[in-house]
Design a protein around this ligand. Sequence first.
Ligand SMILES: C[S@@+](CC[C@H](N)C(=O)[O-])C[C@H]1O[C@@H](n2cnc3c(N)ncnc32)[C@H](O)[C@@H]1O
Length: 287
Amino acid sequence: MEQAVKVWHVLEILKVTEAAFADKGIKNPRLNAELLLADVLKCRRIELYLDFEKPLTTAELMAFREFVRRRLKHEPIQYILGKTEFYALSFNVSPAVLIPRQETELLVEEVLKYLKETGAKRVLDIGTGSGCVAIAVAANSDCHIDAIDISPDALQTAKENSDLNNTTDKITFYNKDVLKEEIDLNDYDVVMSNPPYIPAEEMKTVDDEVRLYEPASALTDNADGLVFYRRLIELCQKAEKKLVLFAELGDGKAAYVEGLLKEKGVTNYRITEDLIKIPRVLVAEFN
Ligand SMILES: C[S@@+](CC[C@H](N)C(=O)[O-])C[C@H]1O[C@@H](n2cnc3c(N)ncnc32)[C@H](O)[C@@H]1O
């Protein structure tokens, strides 16, 4: 006799998946289960609640199981879904790019405030990754941005994101190594960067979700975590015009970066705290 194949319904599969995620220590297990299922069923998360008894087709069940298998291995949900949100905009994400972080929105806010106050228009984004900072700034201001990254794959995703957010004409992307190539900052009013800032030593202690899945070249400078700040300060000091540097600071980096600025005689700067009171964005004026 043929065995009846079990039919799974929305509520039932959500409960089982939530328990499996919780068991593996995945934070917000229910939310994770709902986001994955909503993506498979091509509906909004809230719509799951309107049809708890809906049965899943075999194809939907297989697709959902594959998502759950990946999430149970701690692959970030943004990579599984291939997308995320930043500054209320949609971004595609691939394993070639850092997943945009909420704290980086403060960098965008500080830059936008400055552009609005001064009317400055020429901006450089160093280490653009997914393009999230450049695109959020371009989408909310009247400026032109040059954005550079060492990774051609990241730039590919950044270009897709720029098209997706209708900023294609406002951003030009370049494949450059900021540590090895000379970059003339005389063409810019503003330099912004969220550089790799995790010291090599600390990489061992970073969460598996980050360490095993996000690109190492976006996370660490393989040294003391200050390599990019030194380089940014050096490049800004070489410019022969007024320039403002906006840089995201890693947790615990502020005092070290202040030390670098003092060493180089840069006194005109401030550091803004994020929502949880971590000194997060450096705003430094040069020349
Ligand atoms: C912390 S991620 C920031 C990505 C994005 N701006 C964001 O805020 O989510 C740093 C970026 O710097 C890029 N990068 C690393 N080394 C670089 C170098 N030597 N020159 C240019 N870009 C570099 C990485 O590929 C990565 O995309």
